[in-house]
Design a protein around this ligand. Structure first.
Ligand SMILES: CC(C)(COP(=O)(O)OP(=O)(O)OC[C@H]1O[C@@H](n2cnc3c(N)ncnc32)[C@H](O)[C@@H]1OP(=O)(O)O)[C@@H](O)C(=O)NCCC(=O)NCCS
Length: 198
């Protein structure tokens, strides 16, 4: 009996990552209060794929984030807590979304970010997402990272621009917004060779 070829195993990421001001580490159960605080705010979740979290929603989200430590295949993701001065100020995600070839490792990943409004406007999202992109291309064998967002989310679009991502597409009315209207999507992308030239 022949066995199916399995994709090469990806090594777990070398965490924590340290930047000039921040520490990026895996999410742990005791982050519940800090993450719950900003994820309960409707202005924070306005453009996220989930509404402001109640206790039950927070439990589900936290369980997912805590488990997301070593993605290896499409559909899995890495979740990172971002700490400034020992305080959790936000969280980041890198989700493998595609691969090219049955026995190939993931080649495309999607970025995500959520920060506490009290820590906005200080470049923390930029600094930490830059480190995550470095991990995406430096540790993982990715060819492309991308972000998709509601174009009305100007803070997120500006973050993509600061990260050197290119605005690649604007698709019209392609998702049902929570407010009962059709929303647009903006796609930003960064290729490995562009990252290497940043
Ligand atoms: C998207 C989000 C992470 C962006 O946060 P942010 O605070 O705007 O981004 P940064 O932390 O990188 O800060 C950038 C700001 O700090 C300023 N800044 C100060 N020091 C800086 C530094 N060292 N480096 C970069 N920017 C710096 C920038 O000029 C910019 O100011 P501006 O907003 O007046 O232009 C935040 O709005 C958020 O969490 N939103 C809710 C969740 C969400 O919508 N997620 C995305 C779903 S697609």
């Amino acid at each position: 009996m022949g066995s199916e070829p399995s994709p090469p195993q990806l090594l777990p990421p070398p965490l924590p990552l340290r930047t000039e001001r921040l520490v990026l580490r895996t999410v742990v159960a005791s982050d519940r209060e800090a993450i719950g605080d900003y994820c309960a705010k409707p202005e924070v979740t306005r453009y996220l794929p989930f509404p402001a979290l109640d206790d039950e929603g927070l439990t589900k989200r936290l369980d997912r984030l805590v488990a997301a430590t070593a993605p290896s295949t499409v559909g899995e993701f890495l979740a990172l807590a971002v700490e400034f001065d020992g305080v959790l100020v936000g969280d980041l995600m890198l989700r493998f979304s595609a691969r090219h070839g049955d026995d190939a490792p993931p080649s495309i990943a999607e970025l995500g970010w959520v920060f506490a409004p009290e820590y906005a406007g200080r470049g923390f999202a930029t600094e930490s997402a830059r480190a995550l992109i470095d991990l995406a291309f430096g540790h993982y064998p990715l060819h492309r990272v991308m972000a998709q967002l509601d174009p009305r989310n100007v803070a997120s679009a500006a973050l993509c621009e600061r990260l050197g991502m290119r605005h690649e597409a604007h698709t019209r009315e392609d998702f049902a917004d929570r407010d009962g209207t059709w929303g647009d999507t903006a796609v930003y992308g960064l290729l490995r060779r562009e990252w290497a030239a940043l």
